[in-house]
Design a protein around this ligand. Structure first.
Ligand SMILES: Nc1ncnc2c1ncn2[C@@H]1O[C@H](COP(=O)(O)OP(=O)(O)OP(=O)(O)O)[C@@H](O)[C@H]1O
Ligand SMILES: [Mg+2]
Length: 184
């Protein structure tokens, strides 16, 4: 059972990686005034056909051979809809996929956001071959971090695997979120 949104992010980003994406963007948007919290994962992976797309929210649809039932998407959809939000899935074969879950922020059933700094660290460190972009918006303020920019400074993509760089990334995200929460 998934407990928080950051775990859904890992799960949905895992789908993008499995789809052979080279570019994946993850966005969290927190809007107190609008009472909305959304997470969006966008990739340039192989996409899904319209026919597959229409079945994918059904838990008995999966291309996995190890396990019959894929639960990532149906579970996130159910959670968003239970929380007065919506689930949006758009995909085009050969172009990519947009997966978005919107929640009413104040819904008592809404999963907590969880540890996004650790999630970003895990994604960047675990898959340095992907061009990641992380965007976090809080009440109109915005923070963004991309591995393309980081690699320009590091001069070596593989350094993204190192604990030192991973922890630095985690701290950057943590500080940015704190600053935005404090209205800075
Ligand atoms: N971003 C994506 N690009 C291409 N295909 C996708 C994408 N996301 C999901 N799919 C397709 O939809 C199927 C269902 O995804 P879902 O996350 O619900 O389950 P799963 O990944 O198969 O299994 P689980 O997430 O439970 O390990 C995937 O097997 C894959 O075929
Ligand atoms: Mg999945």
């Amino acid at each position: 059972m998934l407990e928080d949104l950051s775990q859904h992010v890992l799960d949905i980003a895992e789908n993008s990686i499995a789809a052979g994406a080279s570019d994946v963007s993850v966005e969290i948007d927190e809007d107190e005034a609008g009472n909305r919290l959304s997470m969006t994962v966008e990739d340039n992976g192989h996409g899904m056909s319209p026919e597959f797309l229409s079945r994918v929210t059904d838990p008995f649809t999966t291309t996995r051979t190890t396990r019959r039932v894929g639960m990532g998407i149906p579970f996130l959809k159910q959670s968003a809809e239970l929380c007065g939000g919506e689930f949006i899935l758009r995909s085009q074969v050969g172009a990519g996929t947009h997966t978005e879950a919107v929640f009413a922020r104040d819904s008592i059933d809404r999963p907590p956001l969880g540890d996004m700094p650790a999630t970003v660290m895990a994604l960047f460190m675990g898959h340095p071959e992907i061009n990641w972009q992380y965007i976090h918006k809080i009440n109109g303020k915005e923070f963004s971090l991309s591995t393309v920019e980081l690699i320009e400074v590091l001069e070596d993509r593989e350094l993204l695997r190192t604990t030192e760089v991973g922890l630095w990334i985690r701290d950057q995200v943590k500080e940015a979120i704190n600053a935005m929460r404090n209205g800075n």
